[in-house]
Design a protein around this ligand. Structure first.
Ligand code: M5T
Ligand code: MG
Length: 592
């Protein structure tokens, strides 16, 4: 059973860990070669030292030959110097390689994740993607570091140590055959026990990450509902699970060190005991005995290092698998191999009998959606929450692909366009406005880095954001915290609108982008927008009827279907659903 586990572990190792290391260390082959050479030099020097020491004792000290002691001592110094210098050089190149591979691997994970569509990110979940790109890469990097530092030293030290020890005294060789396998078996047993625990540990780290992330992001809600005790308990639970696994791992580690040191000391005692008898009998010299002992210790150290490394393999291989899972994902939405370039850059949007369902969902959220929006037109979409408005907009910039039907931009299906081409022409102001940490300026330039300050201010003026940015001490250089949490909801919305305006797109998608604004600001903003966007195609999702009364066409969405369409006046007469929405808002306003 244990053997089965071990062989499973080894084949696993062969799969992902080796693939990753092989692929990512390729550019650093010259460094690795340097590591090999320096380690070889350092190990040979280390193996030479005890035998020089033995010579000093047996031929120098025993015979009182001071010249010999000086000469051999000088050689020893030289060899020791070579050993140290080579070891340092080896570690230097080994570390550089491991760190560089770690960096490349992190870059690869990051690059892959940025290529993910919304669907791919949801399939993993953000917390585990973060752990995989940081902690997991770190584990692989650590293994590589250890591996490079001991890779050559360990086997040469073992084999060389055994040969050198046997050269000193053959009769004591049985000590090597007993102590080395004993150490290997003890440490190996512990390693096999540790393997499954490490896998659990990585999962628990994911879990802690998930809980922590959710709580930090939702801290205001937690406060508002006085949920601190509950949340503390939830974190406590996750924390305790991680602690428990760590403790079980710790318990095995605790066994490891005494076991190893017991074997080392028993071996030393045995060498001194049996060797001492042979020295007494005149069959062995004192120097040889010391050398033999040193060799045996060197061998055991090497075995120990080897097994320590072996111990890191299971955890690193779990991590490598997890990294591999990310790297192996073929992004579900990618650019076409030979993208088409549409003849015109007008910005005509057409949905042709589009049906869409979220991955894993039973029923579609959008069914048979057809409409066309032309430059100069404003199309409004209205409907109750959950009707599918956001989902509808997300199909144009290809956050998702429809399951049936087509979305066309200037007559070309969007899946035949380069996504960069789409985003250059289509600006989406998302329902949940998101800003990045940095300055206001940095956020506004997000879609067009080369925009001038004048363009930024123009966009802010239209988005009704000019005055509050001017009021800030640093103006455009004012700091924005991650997610834009240090500005109000309405300010965030206006900055997001300005960000879209800066890119001067052909198509504007506003997903409920005016909801956080008061009625007066909303009106002013729409008046200014009308002027700026008069040649562009505008699709507005809105809650307030007042926002959309002037739209050229209003689509009434219910349960993922367009139930009615027409102008405000037409719909007031013909559409019961629209009438209901209007009535509900009128009564609210009357009461207020
Ligand atoms: C429509 C489901 C949601 C709802 C339906 C964004 C999203 C939505 N849904 C998912 O399953 N996964 C998702 O990632 O789709 O949702 P919507 O398009 O967001 O509706 P809306 O924009 O009309 O609503 P609102 O509240 O913004 O006015 O059933 O469960
Ligand atoms: Mg929505």
């Amino acid at each position: 059973m244990r053997m089965a586990q071990l062989s499973v572990a080894i084949t696993r190792v062969e799969s992902m860990l080796l693939t990753l290391i092989r692929r990512y260390s390729k550019p650093y082959m010259s460094y690795i070669l340097a590591v090999l050479v320096f380690q070889l030099a350092s190990t040979i020097a280390a193996l030479y030292l005890p035998s020089l020491n033995a010579q000093i004792i047996d031929q120098g000290v025993a015979r009182g030959d001071t010249d010999f002691i000086w000469q051999t001592g000088a050689v020893m110094l030289l060899v020791a110097f070579v050993q140290v210098a080579a070891a340092i050089a080896g570690v230097y190149f080994g570390s550089r390689t491991a760190m560089a591979v770690g960096r490349d691997l992190r870059r690869a994970v990051f690059g892959k994740v940025t290529s993910f569509s919304a669907k791919d990110v949801n399939a993993f979940g953000a917390p585990t993607l973060i752990t995989r790109g940081t902690n997991d890469v770190q584990q692989v990097q650590m293994l590589l570091l250890m591996g490079l530092n001991f890779m050559v030293a360990t086997p040469i030290m073992c084999v060389g140590g055994i040969i050198m020890a046997l050269r000193e005294d053959l009769n004591l060789s049985w000590l090597v055959w007993v102590s080395v396998p004993l150490l290997a078996v003890v440490v190996g047993y512990l390693v096999v026990r540790l393997m499954p625990l490490f896998r659990t540990m990585q999962r628990k780290i994911d879990r802690i990450n998930a809980v922590l992330r959710e709580q930090i992001i939702g801290i205001r809600v937690v406060r508002a509902f006085v949920r601190e005790p509950y949340e503390t308990e939830r974190f406590g639970g996750a924390n305790k699970e991680l602690t428990d696994v760590s403790l079980r791992i710790g318990a095995l580690f605790v066994l490891m060190f005494p076991a190893i040191s017991m074997i080392l000391h028993l071996s030393t005692a045995a060498v001194l005991w049996f060797g001492g008898q042979r020295v007494d009998a005149g069959a062995m010299q004192v120097g040889s005995l010391t050398a033999f002992l040193q060799y045996l210790l060197q061998i055991l150290m090497a075995v120990m290092m080897g097994t320590f490394m072996a111990m890191m393999i299971p955890r690193a291989s779990v991590c490598a698998d997890r990294i591999g899972e990310v790297l192996d994902v073929e992004p579900s939405i990618h650019d076409p191999l030979s993208p088409e370039a549409p003849a015109s850059l007008a910005g005509v949007v057409e949905y042709r009998d589009v049906t869409f369902a979220y991955p894993g969902a039973e029923s579609p959220v959008l069914s048979n959606i057809s409409f066309t929006a032309r430059p100069g037109q404003t199309i409004a979409i209205i409907g109750s929450t959950g009707a599918g408005k956001t989902s509808l907009l997300s199909l144009l910039p290809r956050l998702y692909d429809p399951v049936a039907g087509q979305v066309l931009l200037d007559g070309v299906p969007v899946d035949r366009l380069d996504r960069a081409e789409i985003t250059r022409r289509v600006a989406l102001v998302p329902q949940r406005p998101y800003l990045f940490s940095g300055t206001i300026e940095h956020n506004l330039r997000f879609g067009k880095t080369e925009a001038t300050d004048q363009e930024l201010w123009d966009a802010l003026r239209v988005a009704q954001g000019e005055s509050f940015v001017r009021e800030k001490k640093n103006g455009l250089d004012a700091r924005i915290s991650q997610g834009g949490t240090n500005v109000s909801g309405g300010q965030r919305q206006r900055l997001c609108i300005a960000r879209a305006l800066v890119t001067k797109p052909r198509v504007y998608l506003f997903d409920d982008s005016f909801s956080a604004l008061d009625v007066a600001t909303d009106a002013r903003l729409r008046a200014a927008l009308k002027e700026t966007t008069k040649d562009a195609t505008v699709i507005i999702v809105a809650q307030r009827i007042s926002t959309i009364t002037e739209a050229d066409q209003i689509l009434v969405l219910d349960n993922g279907r367009i139930v009615d369409r027409g102008s405000h006046e037409e719909l007031l007469e013909t559409s019961p659903t629209y009438q209901e929405i209007v009535e509900s808002q009128l009564s609210v306003e009357e009461v207020a």
